[in-house]
Design a protein around this ligand. Structure first.
Ligand code: ZN
Length: 414
């Protein structure tokens, strides 16, 4: 991802970093040490999953597609009611192991239980997001956020992660406009401005969400109203309009920690963005600040959402990444399968560009653009290898790869 593929290439790794990249003969001459010959394989940067919920790995296959998004929420809530903390820990651990088997070396993971994080040792780099919902307890929003921050702060320090240039270890995730109050969104936005943390949310995911906010009607509107949420923000604006109102003046900037780069990206990583009106696109066009966007192709297909407007968002300058979402709406945690699903829905996009959506793009969203997502000297040694004959387009071959990734290195360790 840092230039054309190198045939008969080699990478020198020292400790947790890549220290040299080039043709094998040159690398061998310049570097001492043991040699590992991976054979006829293509060496790639480890993949980065920009949106998932490992809490629900244990729900794989448990929730068949429902007749509406609202029904799905009811069904997952019923499933969740049967789970105890030990089930969630097992679920998260199982999810990490599966993601790594599929070549994912960094995960942006949303959890409802940040208090469980200290009991988990992720085998890959993890940016933990505490998913926040205050629909049933709007009077305790600040307490909810404080508790989440305390738990996130106790996450096992990951030495490599913290020493990487830039990079965020954790963030806050007000769940969605229909489950998180405006007070909660604003509070998270303030903390992000103060402490320079990442933020993520689900936005404009379903037709029902659009119906709820713009038209004050539909199944999601009725369901959320029945919980007791004040509905006075419904009936005029689209989800995107409401979100932009809430985050105020374009949102807090996505500042990398250790380096000064002037760029227009925000701290917000926005998942889905499936339902956008023409006026929403006008708003996005006029806005100078861009948030990061995550598209989850297979979860999108599961729900049957409106087509994802990749071309329009890309031409407006948005950084679009891929994610798996959870196994409550997907069948595996493979980003290779996500790339294939995306290629099927958007065949005009090159395989190389699709591969950027699981490497350089999410690295940028997570503030690791100077440390991850490329095989480059000085970057973290997160590498994977998949078989490659070299006979056709290498990126096409990469995307076509199915199954377990035979060789994975995270932070210099296999
Ligand atoms: Zn999600």
């Amino acid at each position: 991802m840092d230039g054309a593929p190198i045939e008969n290439g080699a990478v020198a790794v020292s400790g947790n970093r890549i220290v040299d990249v080039g043709r094998f003969d040159d690398i061998k001459t310049r570097n001492a040490g043991n040699t590992l010959d991976l054979g006829e394989q293509v060496l790639l940067p480890g993949l980065i999953n920009a949106h998932c919920h490992l809490d629900y790995t244990c729900l794989r296959g448990k929730i068949p597609p429902q007749k509406s998004f609202t029904e799905w929420i009811r069904t997952i809530n019923a499933e969740k009611a049967t789970l105890a903390p030990k089930d969630y820990i097992a679920s998260i651990n199982e999810g990490f192991a599966e993601a790594k088997r599929f070549g994912t070396t960094t995960i942006a993971n949303l959890t409802v239980f940040p208090e469980l994080i200290p009991q988990i040792q992720p085998p890959v780099r993890t940016c933990w997001f505490s998913e926040l919902i205050d629909i049933r307890t709007p009077e305790r929003t600040n307490e909810l956020v404080d508790r989440a921050i305390e738990s996130l702060g106790r996450a096992r320090p990951e030495p490599v992660l913290s020493e990487a240039k830039g990079g965020a270890q954790w963030g806050l995730a007000p769940h969605a406009l229909f489950t998180a109050s405006s007070n909660l969104f604003r509070w998270c936005e303030n903390i992000s401005r103060r402490d320079n943390i990442l933020l993520t949310t689900h936005l404009a995911e379903s037709r029902e969400e659009m119906e709820m906010f713009r038209d004050a009607s539909g199944p999601l509107y009725e369901f959320i109203k029945s919980i007791g949420r004040p509905m006075d923000d419904c009936g005029s604006k689209t989800p995107l309009e409401l979100f932009l109102d809430l985050i105020g003046n374009g949102g807090s900037p996505n500042r990398p920690r250790a380096i000064e780069v002037n760029r227009p990206y925000l701290s917000w990583i926005v998942a889905h963005l499936n339902e956008l009106t023409e006026s929403d696109f006008e708003l996005l066009k006029r806005s100078n600040s861009k948030f990061q966007v995550v598209h989850c192709p297979r979860s999108h297909n599961y729900f049957g959402h409106s087509p994802f407007a990749f071309d329009r968002l890309r031409s407006l300058g948005f950084n679009v990444c891929l994610g798996t979402d959870s196994l409550a709406s997907n069948e595996s945690l493979s980003l290779f399968a996500e790339m294939r699903a995306f290629q099927k829905e958007t065949p005009s996009v090159s395989a190389e560009e699709i591969f950027q959506m699981v490497t350089v793009n999410p690295a940028r969203a997570l503030r690791y653009e100077n440390a991850l997502g490329q095989i480059r000297s000085g970057f973290g040694a997160d590498l994977i290898a998949v078989p490659c004959s070299g006979s056709t387009n290498v990126f096409e071959q990469i995307i076509a790869f199915g199954g377990r990734v035979p060789w994975v290195m995270v932070s210099g360790k296999t």
